[in-house]
Design a protein around this ligand. Structure first.
Ligand SMILES: [Zn+2]
Length: 256
């Protein structure tokens, strides 16, 4: 069995010089597949080019990142929606609400989130959620749906939020935050079952310690995996098997 990075923006320019090498290095560390969340309309082409180049390694998602929601969001959503039936997207993502930096488009962010949730329902796809300072807003929308599943990517909340997410039938996407000194995420991981976890790098962002602040690379996924093994006192092979099952039950990435 092997590890899957369930959230990495490998198509971004940050990787353009050494992408191939990074994928090979990760492969040697048993990280063999990468799920690519979209951000905006202009990232669709580079994302799809990469998945065409690495058809059994890189898998595409489609969605408008909440920080890309602006006055023009309806037009952007139309462009994205027109792609759904033409490609084998494994999820709608990343989508959500981000109220950390800028609340100007709060209402538009909510509307865009709901429109994209409706795509997920229509096409029976999971959603990949970006949530920042917006857990309640997101939770209040999700609780209206019974036929929806997905992952809270880059989860950094406390045990109460974790339990609410699990009760919704969603997964927690665990990334570099787990390794940060000022994070209590390890205590949350201690208290919840492996059944609800996925792992991700969110590269090029959010590099784990000791690489914090630098470009996040695919092989750093192993740092996160090892940290979970430490917390749960299990072997890397046991964790790898479990995460593989979780990932496969959420994403149908082997569809033709
Ligand atoms: Zn992301």
């Amino acid at each position: 069995m092997f590890l899957i990075d369930t959230h990495i923006h490998l198509y971004l320019d940050d990787y353009h010089k050494d992408r191939d090498l990074l994928i090979k290095k990760a492969y040697k560390k048993n990280i063999k597949k990468f799920f690519l969340p979209n951000i905006d309309t202009e990232t669709i082409d580079p994302l799809l080019e990469l998945t065409n180049l690495y058809p059994k390694k890189c898998y595409p998602m489609i969605g408008l990142h909440p920080c890309s929601v602006d006055d023009n969001y309806i037009k952007k959503l139309k462009v994205l929606e027109s792609k759904i039936e033409k490609h084998n997207f494994i999820a709608i993502g990343e989508i959500g609400i981000d109220l950390h930096w800028d609340k100007t488009f709060k209402e538009e962010q909510k509307k865009a989130f709901i429109i994209q949730i409706e795509w997920a329902v229509k096409y029976s796809l999971p959603i990949v959620i970006h949530s920042r300072n917006s857990f309640n807003e997101i939770y209040n929308i999700l609780k209206n749906y019974t036929n929806l599943t997905g992952v809270f990517h880059c989860f950094g909340g406390g045990i109460d939020e974790a339990k609410k997410i699990i009760d919704l039938g969603f997964y927690l996407g665990i990334g570099g935050v787990l390794t940060f000194k000022n994070s209590d995420l390890n205590k949350v991981i201690q208290r919840i079952s492996l059944n609800h976890l996925l792992i991700e790098t969110d590269g090029p962002y959010l590099a784990p310690s000791p690489h914090r602040g630098r470009r996040n690379e695919p092989e750093n996924l192993l740092i996160i995996a090892k940290k979970i093994c430490e917390i749960k006192d299990i072997s890397i092979s046991k964790l790898t098997n479990k995460l593989y099952l979780n990932t496969n039950s959420l994403f149908c990435h082997e569809k033709p």
